[in-house]
Unconditional design. Structure first.
Length: 262
């Protein structure tokens, strides 16, 4: 049996990142978080990789934090942080977010940090039986994986308050209605659907995809005026790229462009 907490598989231009702790509902331990950060860093740094897919072994995506394991670690965290230095924080709290897009496939229970991990990515697919809760407030805490920022950005402030202030459960169809997930599929089809979406993203011009993420994140962080002021420089850089020339040639020849990310 593979003892890794995270399964990593390169599949073409995709990196599949799978939780591998199903006997513990894929709850986050320091070891799992370290391995997850390493996988996100690999996705960011490997020029052949264009999109990530996060998924989970077993019936549940994640039950959130493994509190006994985390509680033992917390006194040491000032010396050895949960996300090792030099690696990307999967939640985009202690470091910038991964510069490449991530599609998340969710099934069963998706609690707390699992929801926030979805929100740090770009597109989420949920099985019909998926259940969600952001219940930190019921434990004397609050969402610390970026949820207080990204919940309102994704579903609107008052919709966010509805669930992050109450800790209430909600199902996949409510998650879709809110905009927390972008597609609901029959149980067992969530991973394949997520891979198909990721493959479509990976077939696009990588520099263009990354420019989209950079621009939208700049707007969220510093406001629309700042993001708009940078657009002409971003688009000029893309116009001068080899991929832009490939795209124009494909348009003229009525073929499908094969982009190389340069």
């Amino acid at each position: 049996m593979d003892q890794s907490h995270i399964l990593v598989e390169k599949r073409g231009h995709l990196l599949l990142i799978g939780f591998n702790r199903p006997e513990k509902l894929n709850a986050f331990t320091p070891e799992l978080i370290h391995e997850l950060a390493a996988a996100y860093t690999q996705l960011a740094e490997d020029p052949e990789l264009r999109c990530g897919v996060v998924w989970a072994q077993g019936k549940d995506f994640t039950a959130g934090l493994d509190m006994p394991a985390i509680a033992k670690y917390l006194p040491k965290s000032l010396i050895k942080p949960l996300v090792p230095r030099g690696m990307i924080d999967p939640w985009g709290v202690s470091t910038p977010q991964c510069p490449k897009p991530i599609v998340t496939a969710v099934q069963g229970r998706c609690f707390t940090l699992g929801i926030e991990l979805m929100l740090s990515g770009q597109i989420s697919v949920a099985s019909e039986s998926a259940k969600f809760t952001q219940y930190e407030v019921s434990r004397g805490l609050f969402p610390f994986g970026g949820g207080t920022v990204r919940w309102p950005q994704s579903v609107g402030l008052n919709n966010a308050y509805r669930y992050i202030l109450t800790g209430d459960w909600f199902d996949a169809h409510e998650a879709y209605r809110l905009g927390l997930v972008q597609q609901v599929v029959p149980d067992g089809q969530e991973l394949q659907t997520a891979i198909e979406i990721a493959e479509k993203i990976a077939a696009q011009a990588p520099l263009g995809v990354q420019a989209i993420l950079k621009s939208t994140r700049l707007a969220q962080a510093e406001g629309s005026r700042t993001a708009l002021s940078r657009i002409k420089w971003q688009i000029l850089r893309l116009f001068l790229s080899k991929d832009a020339k490939r795209g124009v040639e494909a348009f003229k020849n009525r073929t499908t462009a094969k982009f190389e990310g340069n």
